[in-house]
Write a protein that binds this ligand. Sequence first.
Ligand SMILES: [Mn+2]
Length: 413
Amino acid sequence: MRLLQSADLHVDSPMRGLVAYDGAPADELRLATRVALSNLVDSAIERAVDAVLLAGDIFDGDWQHYGTGVHFVSEMARLREAEIPVVMVAGNHDAESKLTRSLRFPDNVRVLGTRKPDTATYEEIGLAVHGQGYATPAVLDDLSVGYPAPITDLVNVGLLHTSVDGRPGHERYAPCTLRGLSDRGYAFWGLGHVHSQEVLSLDPLIVFPGNLQGRGVREAGPKGAVIVEIGDDGRATLEHVALDAVRWAVLNIDASECLDRDRAIEHVAAAVRGAVRDAGERLIAARVVIGGVSDAHNELAGDEERLRYEVIGAAADVASSQVWIEQVKLETQAPRDLAAGDDAIGELVQELAELMDGDGSAAELAATLEPLTRVLPQAVLAEFNPSDPQTVRELMGDVSRSLPVALLERTDR
Ligand SMILES: [Mn+2]
């Protein structure tokens, strides 16, 4: 048996704040959640899944206009033509009490109830899907405790919109325990609410597929659904499928080795090439963050507008109109006056400076290294004589310049 599970589709969720950015591909971004839903339906048909399961937040909230519902209905009708049933539960965003507009869904769609756990059974497929949707947005009870025992001779699946035992950055709705879900005896739990992909358990399989389409730079990376195969032994295995229409990406550029702006822009171009390789055909919305302790800092920071357009230009050169640069953030730092710090590195720099100040220490070190001249080959000694105070002084100079920077890179001061 093959199932496709998705959650947090947030169809017609607005991408906020985009008006602030010139050149934003507004239409592609506005329609991204709809196109992602169409991608999901394409994938379900192509992979000939036995059922599609949606675990809440299918809609972003009350429909702003009926167009949201019409798009959903027409996509579900495509699944009906392919004889694929759909089972869904409501989440906090599309709780029953929130939706004032509604349309009749195609008859392959089964919306599970909100007052108590509900079950959709498909004898011909051998599938039972248990779930309870949200009647109101803030559900604080553990809904999973009321889910029924598995039905024998069927593959049992649970659908639930939940924070499980608490997930950072997510409202604690319908809290439940991993233990509670595992003990229910289902082959697979398809969860919703957490927008990043997470596999909580492999046996039984318990999964957050993450949201279907990222809606901003905080939801960067591949987004999509999971395809779950359940064997005759009841064991479930999964595969993530990327179905996002627009891929959000954060390109972190390390400029610490860059001596000037041109070199930094070359790094940006390489990062854009990597993002394009990962994203396939889809539009990329990228934030470029340039950081590191860099000799190029002053040049980069001196004209940030020019930097922004150089980045946009480099992205256009690499990938034409496939990449939209949402923002360029400059976080580089000038190489610091290292002696100014009162920590270990500052102390080391001051020590090294003191050593360099007098002639005595170089002569002393040269004398200590003198035995080396008896073992080093003549060819080496001709270039580098460790018993020569001047050579030692030069070496100390190199060390006092490079050692604090090398330590700094390791300690992140
Ligand atoms: Mn959500």
